[in-house]
Design a binder for this molecule. Sequence first.
Ligand code: SF4
Length: 288
Amino acid sequence: MSLPNIEIDPRSGFCPGVVTAIRQAEAELESSGPLYCLGDIVHNSAEVKRLGQKGLITVTHDDMATLHGVKMLLRAHGEPPSTYELAVKNNISLIDATCPVVLALQRRVKAAFEQPGDCQVVIYGKAGHAEVNGLVGQTRGEAIVVQHPEDLDKIDYSRPVMLFSQTTMSIAGFNDMASAISSRMAPGVKMEYADTICRQVSNRVGHLRSFAAAHDVILFVSGAKSSNGKVLFDECCSVNPHTYAVLDPADVAALPITSAGSLGVCGATSTPRWLMEQVRDAAEKLFT
Ligand code: SF4
């Protein structure tokens, strides 16, 4: 079997927010370990495992309530105010790696919630996602989270609406949601919206579609919990039906890819480069 052209997408991989959080964790572990991390530092289990081997201890919010006097990293997704209050109460020193883009969005959500009037803050995003929890926390839990058309019934259309987006949602999905809300508003009631989608994700879409279309087969490497991984995987599928989701190199052997003349490896903003390289190497082995 002849070896196909195998290319790793040069623009896939960690976004600046994730790079900074991982750098901060590694610097802290090297200088003074042990370090706790509230939630997976990135939605990629292979990278979480790698950092775990260096001493990063991933804990839940319930675990945090039982910890005292430790050092804890807050990941790029951001946290609600209650997390900072708990840290003070339990004498936990925080290394805050909240991405500046998320921090700015948290401030906007808070300002919209606190402005005088009867405005409802609505967030287009995934209920329960860490970033969304951090945003909802800016509104004392009152923000309304919408993702699907059936969620639209949660909104009171006789009151003003201010719509924001979780940073990793798709622009098309946000625009559809904004139109759907706008069409339901009662006459004369104000609806505003702010497209707060991170361009680190959305700017990759055009490039990724071209990359996916240029290869016979695409191996999309991403963790199961990654929001932008789902968005970017769907984009690849839309232009290349021979796109396969890959968690790690072990998945590659079972894929029907040996007739491909060219093969592209790409991933999400939470996918480490080293993992894409391992997937490329696993694919190469199938042809040798
Ligand atoms: S996707 Fe954007 S907002 Fe989210 S962590 Fe990365 S840089 Fe920050």
